[in-house]
Design a protein around this ligand. Structure first.
Ligand code: FRU
Length: 436
């Protein structure tokens, strides 16, 4: 990938996360590594497993409180349904729905679980997977919830949305509506692989935002490079500037992750998020990694920071890296070109002593990063992956803070479990701006 250049114009050019970039990934660098979590971590609500989490925010990305309440949404599964066991945790995707929590302080110690958000039966497919929740501009309490509507048979994964209202009083927060779900767009096989091309295709996790440069609304999402799975030629563009005599590693061609983008063409002021123009991917990881999940964006200091989560297990060829959050930065706005943060792309990875302790990191506009605890090895355990001794999480990890300095990021602070911070109070002063 080229260094960020302020002179290149970047219309939908697409940037690459190359094999050479990934060679620079260093596990356990203290500036890009999550702290080892205490084996005795607290659990927010032990009736549910909690994993991918997102906060109530505005269309510009700012986390907002509503009537003095912090509000978070998360994928949850009832432990009574899955079983309160390691097997139950690992089967959670088959029971997944979007739940919500609220808190006066934003601290993990007093989050209260509020139940299901989308009316039962409104989602026409089996499961609800990740997305985002956005306060509607020019509205006092309308929330547009974007999520992934997922089915097993037939296998489907469709970014979708549903709308409702948030209500609150001194005792808590509740919702109305969320009883009609609408598909946004599907993998087209042209810009993004569909199931015909790739039986393991990923197409999910819509993240909606208003782009400060053109004031248009866009969706980021997880996709794959279009084409038949494994049938890609990994050439010098995908390799990048590798050391002499480096050859294409076996299996590299199975890495085909893409950070997708689409532009809204229907009228958001009427709450219509049903029509989108599919655009070519912002960043592709052909030859490097097969999954770039939950992509999201932070605008800071005139730079555009694109973050995405990825797994150790989805790197391909000889590339390797920890489970964690990776990122890219552009000086030319959302369409890039992008350079990998810290030279390698790694922003925050799990420590090698606890390689699967956290996942699904989400970076907010102030640099606070939330994630959930996955499996935490017993201290001193010979095998961190030993299911008889690791402790299952299913709750939020300590929040950490990173600072973004140009093409570099640094871990600087560790906060409480499930701690969140807001950058605004709804309605924010910009919420009722007539910007479009
Ligand atoms: C990330 C993720 C998302 C998906 C959800 C399903 O942890 O894999 O891409 O929407 O979890 O549980």
């Amino acid at each position: 990938m080229n260094a960020v250049s302020s002179t290149q114009s970047a219309v939908h050019s697409g940037s690459r996360w190359t094999i050479a970039d990934a060679m620079k990934i260093r596990t356990d660098d203290p500036t890009t590594t999550m702290p080892v979590i205490d084996y005795a971590f607290p659990v927010i609500d032990s009736d549910v497993w909690q994993w991918d989490t997102w906060l109530l925010r505005d269309i510009h990305g700012k986390t907002v409180t509503f009537k003095g309440w912090y509000v978070m949404f998360a994928l949850v599964a009832d432990r009574a349904a899955t079983g309160d066991t390691a097997e139950g945790w690992h089967s959670r995707n088959d029971y997944s729905y979007i739940g919500f929590y609220y808190s006066r302080t934003g601290n993990g110690a007093d989050w209260k679980f509020g139940g299901r958000v989308i009316k039962e039966g409104a989602n026409s497919r089996s499961w609800e997977w990740s997305g985002c929740a956005v306060m509607r501009e020019n509205s006092a309490n309308t929330v547009d919830l974007f999520y992934t509507s997922v089915n097993d048979t037939p296998s489907e994964s469709v970014p979708s949305y549903t709308t409702g209202r948030i209500l609150a009083d001194a005792t808590g927060v509740w919702f109305e509506g969320f009883d009609v779900c609408t598909d946004m767009f599907q993998a087209d096989g042209v810009n993004y692989a569909n199931i015909v091309e790739d039986a393991y295709w990923d197409f999910r996790d819509p993240h909606i935002f208003r782009n400060p440069d053109d004031n248009q609304i866009y969706a980021l999402f997880e996709g794959n490079v279009p084409g038949m799975r494994g049938n890609f030629t990994i050439g010098s563009d995908e390799m990048g500037p590798v050391p002499p005599a480096t050859t294409v590693p076996a299996g590299a061609q199975y890495g085909a992750a893409a950070i997708g983008i689409a532009r809204l063409t229907s009228d958001s002021t009427r709450g219509d998020f049903s029509k989108w123009e599919m655009l070519p991917a912002l960043v592709t990881a052909l030859g490097v990694n097969d999954q770039t999940e939950r992509p999201h964006v932070v605008f800071q200091d005139g730079l555009t920071y694109l973050f995405t989560i990825s797994h150790h297990s989805t790197f391909t060829g000889n590339s390797t890296g920890p489970d964690g959050v990776y990122g890219f930065v552009s000086r030319n706005g959302i369409f890039g070109p992008y350079a990998p943060l810290n030279g390698s792309g790694l922003v925050l990875g799990n420590p090698s002593a606890a390689p699967y302790e956290t996942y699904s990191h989400f970076v907010d506009p102030a640099g606070y990063v939330q994630s959930f605890i996955d499996t935490l090895p017993q201290p001193g355990s010979a095998d961190p992956q030993d299911p008889t001794t690791y402790r299952i999480g299913g709750t939020l990890a300590p929040t950490v803070k990173i600072v973004l300095e140009g093409e570099r990021t640094y871990l600087t602070e560790v906060h409480a479990y499930g701690q969140v911070y807001a950058q605004g109070v709804w309605p924010t002063s910009s919420a009722f701006d007539k910007r479009s």
